[in-house]
Design a protein around this ligand. Structure first.
Ligand SMILES: NC(=O)c1ccc[n+]([C@@H]2O[C@H](COP(=O)([O-])OP(=O)(O)OC[C@H]3O[C@@H](n4cnc5c(N)ncnc54)[C@H](O)[C@@H]3O)[C@@H](O)[C@H]2O)c1
Length: 513
């Protein structure tokens, strides 16, 4: 089946790259958005969101003459719906944008057209919500027009490449619809195209993100346990991940973004009695900002009147997206407890949390701060030289919510370093006793006292979606205890960031958005 014209509804993180990619591959595309500002920005040849390579792609699409933008759907051979599907305050799916988009498509539908829903949606949305609205056209889904669901799995930061290369699942309301979907995406897709039914395709997307959410929740519980038992969770995870069939994700200040922190609720809403584990995982991850605030409060002996530099607000590293970001929640809570909070989000300088102020530079955020709180391992923040912070900060307290700062370097610069998931030293045999004279000094991270210096398995800086925290992390090789590469006792430990500072950010397979 051949498609010449396409109407894409929703010019956001998904719709804009998708429309532009189709346009640069020869389809005549109209990109539709109900937000007039978005339409105006695009018409001026600009873009309203940040994504590597997107500006060039969009300009190429406009330059080819194949892309236009409009405020209303227009007749076309195929329609792709990529509008938001957030959750309401009570955690139910808000399908109002999907419904509204479908209502504008229905009057444009002609026999033989294809409609594809890309928005992440609760099970049976395509069949039970979308089809009936589109059938107001008088045409029947599956027989008069083709209808399919195709989940988007791109990773923000790598959307343009993944859009083309990822395997794509296309679920039709019948076989012919799935095949029509395959023919459309074959225009540019280099990854495998896998056909199924619409509800399975919806479930696939929700299962992928729920799987990650549940696994991040268990990592966060491990971090809490590690703090309780005087263990370094980052080291413990690195060691556990040496098991050939174990891949624990990374703990962090919570799960954000509008996918992983949202999509599991679609399953909970659809079948509350079957989703106890999924709901509990959501709760665990939602509690993380409060856990971070508690650690900071205890490190500072109270928050009232303290000046805090909160670094990073996005929901994960190296993006500008703050939606559902746990870092925002941490900053808001710190401010609500009386701290003077200066936030610094390098990818969205003007953004800040309720009650906080936005710093226009890193130094402006750090200037006069009692403590530095790292919540997102953005490039440039994770590598911040401690001497730079020491030069302008008033206090010498650091809280690392991502487990990425090189603790030794910060300690050597005079800082007390607190790390999420790293407990303080516990007494041997459960009885409180002072360390013998001359014993190694207990570090802020509580590791030196137990001579764990040979194990340094910090995983590469992660990226996983969803979180300013989640990343699945392939475990790097660990130095052997006492082996040739192990540091002698008492020698400074290897950088906590180990290899990744030099190797750059490694996206792990399976990280997603
Ligand atoms: N961003 C991601 O990384 C990602 C990844 C996978 C799946 N998704 C899913 O894709 C969908 C879209 O996400 P996004 O990140 O592109 O959202 P977005 O908020 O960036 O963009 C959506 C756009 O749709 C527009 N819109 C809203 N209602 C409309 C309507 N009735 N008609 C036309 N335009 C309308 C909005 O103005 C907005 O510009 C969501 O369901 C999301 O869960 C997103």
């Amino acid at each position: 089946m051949q498609f010449r014209t396409l109407c894409v509804l929703g010019m956001g993180y998904i719709g804009l790259p998708t429309a532009s990619t189709f346009a640069t591959n020869g389809l005549r595309v109209v990109g539709v958005d109900v937000n007039r500002h978005v339409v105006e920005v695009l018409r001026n040849g600009e873009i309203h969101i940040q994504e590597p390579g997107l500006r060039t792609l969009v300009q190429a699409a406009f330059g080819s003459g194949n892309l236009r933008v409009a405020e209303k759907a227009e007749p076309a051979d195929a329609f792709v719906i990529a509008v938001p599907t957030p959750i309401l305050d009570d955690k139910r799916a808000d399908l109002s944008a999907v419904r509204a988009a479908a209502e504008t498509v229905a009057p444009c539908l002609k026999p033989g057209n294809l409609v594809v829903l890309e928005s992440t949606s609760p099970p049976r949305t395509t069949v039970d919500v979308l089809a009936p609205i589109l059938e107001h056209s008088g045409l029947r889904a599956g027989s008069d027009f083709f209808l399919a669901y195709s989940p988007e799995r791109v990773l923000p930061g790598q959307i343009l490449r993944e859009l083309i290369e990822n395997a794509r699942v296309i679920g039709g309301v019948n076989r012919a619809s799935a095949e029509a979907g395959r023919d459309l995406y074959a225009t540019f897709a280099k990854g495998e195209i896998l056909l199924t039914d619409a509800t399975t395709a919806e479930m696939v997307k929700l299962m992928e993100n729920t799987y990650r959410d549940v696994n991040i929740a268990v990592a966060n519980e491990f971090a809490r346990l590690a703090e309780r038992f005087g263990v370094d969770v980052w080291e413990a995870i690195a060691l556990a991940n040496r098991h050939p069939r174990v891949q624990i994700l990374r703990p962090g200040p919570g799960v954000g973004g509008h996918c992983i922190s949202v999509d599991p609720w679609f399953l909970v809403e659809a079948a509350p009695e079957e989703t106890g584990l999924i709901r509990q995982a959501r709760r665990v991850n939602d509690e993380q900002p409060a856990k971070v605030v508690a650690r900071v409060r205890s490190a500072l002996g109270g928050l009232q009147g303290k000046t805090l530099a909160v670094l990073g607000l996005a929901y994960k590293a190296d993006i500008d997206d703050l939606r559902e970001s746990p870092a925002l929640e941490v900053a808001r809570r710190l401010a609500s407890e009386g701290a003077s909070v200066m936030t610094y989000e390098p990818n969205a300088l003007e953004m800040t949390a309720a009650g906080a102020r936005a710093a226009s530079s890193l130094n402006a955020a750090l200037d006069g701060a009692d403590a530095l709180i790292l919540l997102v391992d953005h490039r440039g923040l994770a590598e911040l030289p401690p001497t730079q912070a020491a030069a302008v900060m008033r206090g010498r307290i650091v809280f690392d919510g991502r487990g990425v700062l090189p603790r030794d370097a910060w300690e050597q610069a005079g800082f007390t370093v607190h790390v999420l998931g790293v407990g303080g030293p516990l007494p041997l045999h459960g009885s409180p006793s002072d360390p013998p004279r001359g014993a190694p000094r207990a570090s802020a991270g509580g590791r030196d006292a137990r001579d764990l210096s040979a194990v340094r398995g910090d995983a590469p800086r992660g990226s996983g979606e969803g979180t300013s925290n989640s990343a699945s992390t392939p475990t790097p090789p660990l130095p052997l205890k006492g082996g040739p590469s192990a540091a002698p006792r008492g020698a400074p430990r290897a950088s906590a960031r180990g290899r990744d500072a030099s190797e750059g950010k490694g996206e792990s397979p399976g990280s997603h958005a």
